[in-house]
Design a protein around this ligand. Structure first.
Ligand SMILES: [Fe+2]
Ligand SMILES: [Fe+2]
Length: 184
């Protein structure tokens, strides 16, 4: 087993900036990112039906629109993977937490988006390493990931603003770590 295969098999924890990333290894990371996009799509779609409360109508609409945005992200990742001859883009999401309280669902959505923003920042570092062997592909994927990072970063920003008062309350009342909700 090559050292590159070991990096892929061990996932994000195995990512080492010191080891160069190959294109096949990078496509595996991309496929993991696609799974997160499926997770976001299903999270928003589920909560567009599940949330309750006095503001549920507004939140349901918000989640429905967020799901539509995620559908485009899923499509974009599948297009890129097929475009780069990746045989089997993932078709399923990861398991996700569910909520009936709309504000709790929104707070968790901020965490989900922050998580992918951090992954995409990591991908951009990896693409800088890939540029020597694959200058054009790495350049194109850099633009692609910058757009994905921007979308998720701005989703976080918007949700944090909408939730400014509720987040303070949620952080007081629950075990939530305030750092989970802040931009890094
Ligand atoms: Fe998302
Ligand atoms: Fe997304």
């Amino acid at each position: 087993m090559s050292s590159t295969t070991t990096i892929v098999a061990s996932g994000e924890l195995g990512f080492s900036p010191a080891l160069p990333v190959t294109l096949p290894a990078f496509l595996e990371f991309m496929n993991n990112d696609l799974q997160q996009e499926w997770t976001h799509l299903k999270f928003y779609l589920y909560h567009s039906a599940a949330v309750t409360g006095i503001n549920a109508v507004s939140y349901r609409k918000f989640f429905e629109e967020a799901a539509q945005g995620e559908m485009q992200h899923v499509q974009a990742f599948i297009d890129r993977l097929y475009g780069l001859n990746f045989a089997n883009p993932v078709q399923s999401s990861s398991a996700f937490s569910t909520f009936t309280n709309a504000e709790d669902a929104m707070a968790h959505a901020i965490e989900l988006e922050m998580h992918v923003v951090e992954n995409y920042a990591k991908r951009l570092q990896q693409l800088a390493q890939l540029a020597e062997a694959h200058p054009v592909t790495a350049k194109y994927l850099t633009i692609f990931y910058e757009e994905q990072l921007k979308d998720s970063y701005e989703d976080c920003e918007r949700m944090r603003r909408i939730m400014a008062n509720d987040l303070r309350q949620i952080m007081r009342n629950t075990r939530h770590d305030p750092n989970k909700f802040l931009a890094k």
